[in-house]
Design a protein around this ligand. Structure first.
Ligand SMILES: C[S@@+](CC[C@H](N)C(=O)[O-])C[C@H]1O[C@@H](n2cnc3c(N)ncnc32)[C@H](O)[C@@H]1O
Length: 282
């Protein structure tokens, strides 16, 4: 299921070189200044501005692990909460750091309207997966820390789920009254497996930091905690660890070995514990 190339024309994308509106013809996007970007065979478009980036993006192993976790419905409680928060507006929905597009797809599925979704990610492996995630979704490779290649005021909703947050760029692309849905981990998130699997610890208080970051241009509408039990087999334990930052510094073999040891008695119980914050652009 690859998105229809015509959808790119309605996604309010902007040229990464001159910021002009991008229109699409056949499988090429272009702006009035003559900058051109080909759609890749796998259905995504790269709008990297050519300077390269210092940032690390997810690898194909991490993407495969994340796909298995979503396919098994393990993160469905978070997908449902994000989808519920993202419904109710009609314009373009942008998933910034969208990964495999699982949250974008859940949000578009929950919509009564036929709005278009845009997944933006630095990783080509993610972009390939996101291009197949939903028939109303398009997939773009871009560096969120450079610019988000969406027209000023072009988005009605932005999702940031466990992903880098560029406040200035998100403020620019959101239309007044638009909403930013942010998911952050609490200290209880996967707490039973973080140490044994060599994962990064997260701190509480992220919601306070969000509040401070957004104060100038946003009103916080809600901050809801989502908690749910998980029972992880050894394979999924290796996947949940490997789809996050541990996937950068631990090999698949190391993760599988650690998971087999921890799940020696069968499965390992742990908890999802995240906060879904909704902020409205003034
Ligand atoms: C922890 S993953 C979350 C992915 C997805 N939101 C999810 O929860 O399944 C963070 C994502 O941000 C992407 N990313 C990291 N740095 C980025 C950047 N500078 N620009 C765009 N995407 C970036 C990664 O490639 C990765 O897909």
């Amino acid at each position: 299921m690859t998105a229809n190339p015509e959808l790119f024309a309605t996604a309010r994308l902007a040229c990464p070189i001159c910021s002009g509106a991008l229109t699409s013809s056949s499988r090429v996007l272009g702006c009035a200044s003559g900058h051109r970007f080909d759609l890749a065979r796998q259905g995504y478009v790269s709008l990297l501005s050519g300077k390269g980036t210092a940032h690390r993006s997810d690898t194909s192993d991490m993407v495969a692990a994340r796909t298995r976790v979503f396919d098994d419905g393990l993160y469905a409680p978070i997908q449902r909460a994000v989808a519920a928060a993202a419904t109710g507006s009609t314009g373009v929905l942008v998933d910034a750091g969208g990964g495999t597009g699982a949250y974008l797809a859940a949000s578009l599925d929950a919509d009564t309207d036929d709005r278009v979704g845009v997944s933006v990610d630095l990783s080509k492996s993610c972009a390939r997966a996101a291009a197949r995630a939903h028939p109303r979704g398009v997939s773009v490779v871009a560096d969120l820390w450079a610019s988000i290649p969406v027209q000023t005021g072009g988005a009605s909703t932005v999702l940031s789920v466990f992903a880098p947050r560029n406040v200035a760029e998100t403020t620019r692309i959101l239309a007044p009254g638009g909403q930013w849905v942010i998911v952050t981990s609490n200290t209880g998130h996967l707490a039973d497996i973080v140490g044994p699997m060599g994962m990064l610890r997260v701190g509480d208080g992220k919601t306070d930091r969000i509040d401070a970051d957004l104060r100038a241009d946003f009103d916080i509408v809600s901050a809801d905690r989502v908690r749910a039990s998980l029972d992880l087999s050894a394979d999924r334990l290796a996947d949940v660890a490997g789809m996050g930052p541990a996937g950068f510094h631990r090999s698949r073999d190391e993760l599988v070995e650690a998971a087999a040891g921890l799940a020696a008695g069968g499965s390992v119980p742990t908890m999802i514990d995240v906060t879904v914050t909704v902020a409205r652009r003034r």
